[in-house]
Design a protein around this ligand. Structure first.
Ligand SMILES: Cc1cc2nc3c(=O)[nH]c(=O)nc-3n(C[C@H](O)[C@H](O)[C@H](O)COP(=O)(O)OP(=O)(O)OC[C@H]3O[C@@H](n4cnc5c(N)ncnc54)[C@H](O)[C@@H]3O)c2cc1C
Length: 305
């Protein structure tokens, strides 16, 4: 939607995440100064579009800011005025995880007073007024788009192999259909099977496994050996919803809450490269955990909206 591309904040890259931090702090600074009630409300209202992992992590992080950080930084503002909305067009949040994980996500977010709008999409947004498909009007100067990522297409490849979300339809060897020697892996590939009618989930483990598999198959190709079909080893999914709350869906075990959160933290710490990085992140996390604080809150660069 052109409106959303123009006015909503994306959050796909580190610079975009930093711009978002600038915008949140900037809006609170402006809310302190404005006398207009509607303007102040718009500056303190946040809308997250997309109820997938990125959306719920963002809404959870905003909930944490509302609960622990912003009231201390902006005692002059009534923090209860700050509203957080999450908009999801399907009938449940975290629809790529189990039903139990979806229900727990909603429960966790409600503890932060997040307004959850299911079966709802965006009708229009002009940078200030957001209209939902159910007719609801929300005034917000910070709409964060976390719904859907699109692959960067390569000009020249036949258009009939491009599926939704700009993914290339590939065969079992990650070869783009209709081509002998062009392959796509990760987010750019949709390997449609009976078990996976939408292809594999657009997740890092899929990309990593397909990358390693592709390397082996390219060597096979060079040596004129048979290609091996890709088989995804699904280790499960996990996501956080703020402090002490996470969701873990493994093949035979699904659980949510503080244990899930500690496991999420441990795994993500171990995935960092190098002992020094792990130690620095661990110390930062421990400090944040016990101080209920969140890093340096600097507006690095004015974000023009
Ligand atoms: C905000 C966010 C949070 C996420 N969190 C998680 C998570 O917690 N767990 C998880 O498993 N997954 C997560 N994901 C999804 C995960 O990041 C992707 O599934 C994964 O990165 C896909 O890997 P990829 O190599 O296919 O694509 P990418 O990581 O996107 O890499 C593609 C690369 O190709 C480059 N490129 C694009 N076009 C061209 C071109 N024409 N020529 C040369 N280079 C080009 C791009 O710049 C990019 O560097 C998240 C995604 C987002 C956006």
């Amino acid at each position: 939607m052109a409106d959303m591309e123009k006015y909503a904040m994306p959050m796909k890259t580190i610079p975009q995440a930093m711009e978002l931090r600038n915008l949140i702090l900037q809006n609170f600074e402006k809310a302190l100064l404005t006398k207009e009630i509607e303007d102040q409300q718009g500056l303190m209202d946040f809308v997250v579009v997309g109820g997938g992992p990125t959306g719920i992590e963002t809404a959870g992080a905003l909930g944490e800011l509302k609960k622990h950080v912003l009231p201390r930084d902006y005692p002059e503002l009534h923090i209860d005025k700050m509203q957080i909305h999450i908009i999801e067009k399907r009938d449940r949040l975290m629809n790529t995880m189990s039903q139990a994980a979806s229900e727990k996500t909603a429960e966790f977010l409600k503890r932060f007073d997040v307004n959850i709008w299911l079966n709802t999409s965006i009708s229009s947004y002009d940078g200030k007024t957001l209209i939902l498909s159910n007719g609801k009007k929300i005034i917000s100067y910070a709409v964060i788009w976390t719904a859907g990522v699109k692959g960067a297409l390569i000009p020249g490849i036949k258009e009939d192999v491009i599926l939704h979300e700009s993914r290339y339809r590939v065969d079992g060897f990650n070869r783009i259909e209709g081509y002998e020697n062009i392959f796509a892996i990760g987010d750019a590939a949709a390997m449609i099977t009976k078990e996976r009618p939408n292809g594999h989930p657009m997740l890092a483990p899929v990309a990593v496994q397909q990358g390693e598999h592709m390397a082996r198959n390219l060597v096979n190709l060079i040596h004129q050996r048979k290609l091996i079909p890709f088989a995804y080893c699904d280790l499960g999914m996990m996501s956080t919803v703020g402090r002490n709350r996470a969701l873990v869906d493994l093949k035979f075990l699904k659980f949510q809450g503080i244990l899930a959160w500690f496991i999420w933290m441990f795994l993500h710490l171990m995935l960092l490269v190098g002992f020094r990085n792990r130690l620095v992140v661990f110390v930062n996390w421990a400090w944040n955990y016990f101080s209920y604080d969140r890093g340096i809150r600097l507006i690095l660069r004015f974000f023009p909206k």
